[in-house]
Ligand binder design. Structure first.
Ligand code: ACO
Length: 355
């Protein structure tokens, strides 16, 4: 059975740079607060009406495809990971196919809804397809346009200051080289805290989960006679249409689950943290990455962080960071790369890749 290698990698971030000082014009926050709590200095925002999650993904994909030495027509499966899709349905997978101009139908497109761990989950799915021989050129894209769906008033500041837009992509192919490629992936989930980091409305929940949890929330359903529970006037008036996050709860779980799952993939392969040449963590918060680095006794040169410049781009953080590291010559033939993510769901996971 072949292994799965990353044959090409690319990333794209919008040109528009938004600094912490720019955000201060819209909400009660400070550059000091944002940097001290998250490490973020600036992020990129997509150009309204000209860029979407799909178009950013397509730009990153084109670079990855070219670097893999294939053409768009050679791609036989698309996996698109995002939490900020262009449409509720259809997903971005088919939109990407169209954007790339792939007109043949000997191809499948799958959308992954795993938020921050979307890329790790996507890699694991792609790995199975490639190993089994079902597909030979899988295009995996992580892309986000957060800027169009977050609250720029002070009410949303705890979430809004953390996020940015961007995309990363890889082309995955089979390799017969022994011990190369994706060595292992471990995936986890725990739905207990699903609503603590979530984008709830619009949605088809009709209050069910809140009622079951005994949490009284008035979504404004009384004003609606038939249908239309998806989005009510009250949801809009009360700003219930933005993501919400219990930051300290997420932080606490992240700093526990990251090291656990990293040790799990290392133990699976009989390896230790000193064998890692480069650790590319999901860029949720620089403080989380630093704590994890310390817990695992990793040196600075073993870790790649870029949240300072891009913020949290959710499903895109790992491919963007991995691509930047590769372009900087930090990823060499034979290197052991560890990627890991934790986020909404909660879902988390890690993979080891021998480059
Ligand atoms: N500017 C200024 N003050 C703020 C801001 C802001 N942008 N946001 C919140 N505050 C205030 C709060 O109102 C609070 O004020 P109070 O003490 O008067 O009530 C105070 O700052 C502290 O708030 P906390 O939420 O307790 O701050 P904390 O130190 O926990 O930092 C942070 C918040 C940065 C969000 C942190 O909890 C964190 O990084 N959590 C993890 C985030 C994460 O990993 N998310 C997952 C990825 S997202 C995904 O999967 C979709």
């Amino acid at each position: 059975m072949p292994n799965t290698k990353i044959a090409g990698i690319g990333f794209y971030v919008p040109e528009q740079v938004v600094t912490n000082h720019d955000l201060m014009r819209h909400m009660d926050t400070t550059d000091e607060w944002i940097q001290e709590r998250s490490g973020i200095v600036e992020r990129r925002f997509a150009k309204r009406t000209e860029e979407t999650t799909t178009t950013l993904g397509a730009k990153a994909a084109e670079i990855a495809i070219q670097r893999a030495g294939i053409t768009k027509e050679d791609v036989d499966f698309i996996i698109f990971a995002t939490l900020s899709p262009d449409y509720f349905f259809p997903g971005c997978g088919v939109l990407l196919q169209r954007e790339l101009g792939i007109t043949h139908t000997e191809i499948g497109a799958l959308d992954i809804r795993n938020q921050c761990s979307g890329f790790v989950y996507g890699l694991s799915v792609a790995d199975q397809f490639v190993k089994s021989g079902m597909y030979k050129n899988v295009l995996l894209v992580g892309s986000e346009v957060h800027s169009m769906g977050i609250d720029f008033s002070t009410r949303g500041r705890n979430v809004t200051v953390l996020f940015g837009d961007g995309a990363g992509a890889v082309v995955l192919q089979p390799t017969e080289e022994k011990g190369k490629g994706v060595l292992v992936s471990k995936l986890h989930s725990d739905g207990t805290h699903a609503e603590q980091l979530a984008f709830i409305n619009p949605g088809c929940h009709a209050g069910y989960h809140f009622k079951k949890m005994g949490t009284e929330v008035d979504f404004g359903y009384e004003d609606v006679e038939f249908g239309g529970l998806f989005l009510t006037q009250k949801m809009m008036d009360d700003g219930m249409i933005f993501p919400n996050m219990d930051g300290p709860l997420v932080f606490k779980h992240a700093v526990t689950k990251f090291p656990e799952v990293i040790m799990e993939v290392l133990n699976d392969q009989g390896l230790s943290t000193s064998d890692i040449n480069l650790f590319v963590p999901h860029q949720a918060n620089l403080r989380i990455s630093q704590l994890v680095q310390r817990q695992l006794h990793l040196r600075d040169d073993q870790v790649w962080n870029n949240i300072q410049r891009y913020g949290n781009t959710t499903a895109a953080t790992i491919p963007i960071a991995l691509c930047e590291a590769w372009e900087a010559g930090k990823v060499k033939d034979g290197d052991l790369i560890c990627i890991a993510a934790f986020g909404s769901g909660f879902t988390w996971g890690a993979s080891l890749i021998r480059w």
